[in-house]
Design a protein around this ligand. Structure first.
Ligand code: SOE
Length: 371
């Protein structure tokens, strides 16, 4: 595994737990962790039980005792690592967004396809049981014709102009490392979920804003640098199935810490979800008995709900970290069958095309068609 930040911890936890909760033919071995800062890396590796560590990712990729590479490092490192790992015949589990832009994402997708290596992207929210239940409801056709898809992804941690950019944790604010702001970081999640639940988007029209134009550099005290990322982004979309979409994301919604929501309105029923109330799925069924119509709030913890037979007894909720364990279990199970693993690089590339179209629409003020 390359990287030891927030995602390095979430993924390490998944590797350690997955076989305790799922019956799988494969068992991950925590063979080596990799990052540039050897001292911090050792502390991290010892804490999570990684057997060894490397400070140069090229050495890690060259090791023949390693079958899979997990890319948990910042976005500007994904391309080179993925190309090298694919060429070395390793499986790849890559953190989202797939790449800095679609051009990089396409090169990565071509490389894994050419090498024929198993690959996935950690769009963990697909593995929230309530979201997976929404997918089952959509697949059963309960919604009927879909008219509207509405998504929001709101946070508030960059409102202070004192928050610096760059360096560990704050690389998300640095365009050269992140590739974009909320579009790649947050809307990529919303778009991935939307494509999964409602099919492909065909065109978008977006606006973005950078509220704080200049920030101090975390690693060079006293120096500042212009901020080039999108702090906020809102876009309209058309879906292939004829429905209309609205998407909004910001890191300036005071009070919203990680509010990831969607609502789908169909002719027969609607579903809605809010990550801040993650174990519940809202469902409205127009076919309910007259006079008893109303939104149900389904507590998604029963054994028949997605993933929940693997966890506790009904009523006992699971959390954020479990979505990564569920995702890893699906990946490992996929290795045992011919079924396409998803979301893989190809799926994530679709999301990347939408992100690119959103950013260029925001620049040129025009509707953009999705490739
Ligand atoms: C950003 O704050 C972030 O950590 C994203 O990078 C994650 O993908 C998201 O799930 C939580 O928020």
């Amino acid at each position: 595994m390359i990287g030891y930040g927030f995602m390095g911890r979430a993924h390490s936890n998944a590797y350690r737990k997955v076989n305790q909760f799922f019956d799988l033919g494969y068992e991950p071995v925590l063979q080596a962790a990799c990052a540039r800062n050897g001292k911090k890396l050792k502390t991290f590796a010892d804490n999570w039980g990684w057997k060894s560590y490397e400070t140069d990712w090229r050495k890690l990729v060259a090791r023949d005792d390693i079958d899979a590479i997990d890319i948990s490092s910042p976005n500007n490192t994904h391309l080179d690592i993925a190309l090298a790992a694919a060429a070395a015949g390793k499986m790849i589990l890559c953190e989202k967004p797939l790449a800095m832009n679609a051009q990089e994402g396409k090169a990565m997708t071509d490389a894994v396809e050419k090498a024929g290596v198993a690959n996935m992207v950690w769009f963990n929210y697909r593995r929230v049981p309530a979201i997976a239940l929404a997918r089952q409801i959509v697949e059963k056709g309960n919604l009927g014709k879909v008219f509207h898809y509405r998504a929001k992804y709101l946070q508030d941690w960059t409102i202070s102009p004192k928050v610096p950019q760059g360096g560990a944790a704050l690389w998300r604010l640095d365009i050269d490392v992140a590739g974009s702001g909320v579009t790649g970081d947050l809307l990529a999640h919303s778009i991935d979920t939307a494509i999964w639940l409602n099919g492909p988007l065909t065109s978008v029209c977006a606006m973005t804003e950078t509220f704080i134009k200049e920030r101090q550099l975390q690693d060079e005290p006293g120096k500042t640098k212009p901020v080039k990322i999108d702090d906020a982004c809102a876009f309209l979309a058309r879906f292939k199935n004829g429905s209309l979409g609205t998407f909004e994301s910001t890191r300036y919604a005071r009070g919203r810490k990680n509010q990831n929501t969607f609502e789908i309105n169909g002719e027969n029923a609607s579903v809605c979800f809010d990550l801040e109330d993650a174990h519940r799925l809202g469902y409205f069924d127009h076919n309910d008995q007259k006079g008893l119509h109303g939104w149900r709030s389904i507590l998604v913890t029963d054994f028949e709900h997605p993933y929940m037979d693997r966890w506790w007894v009904p009523g006992c909720v699971i959390g954020y970290e479990h979505t990564f364990i569920n995702a890893l279990a699906d990946f490992l199970k996929g290795l045992e069958s011919d079924k396409k693993l998803c979301p893989d690089f190809k799926d994530a590339l679709e999301t990347q095309y939408v992100c690119d179209a959103v950013l260029s629409s925001a620049k040129n003020g025009q509707w953009e068609t999705i490739k």
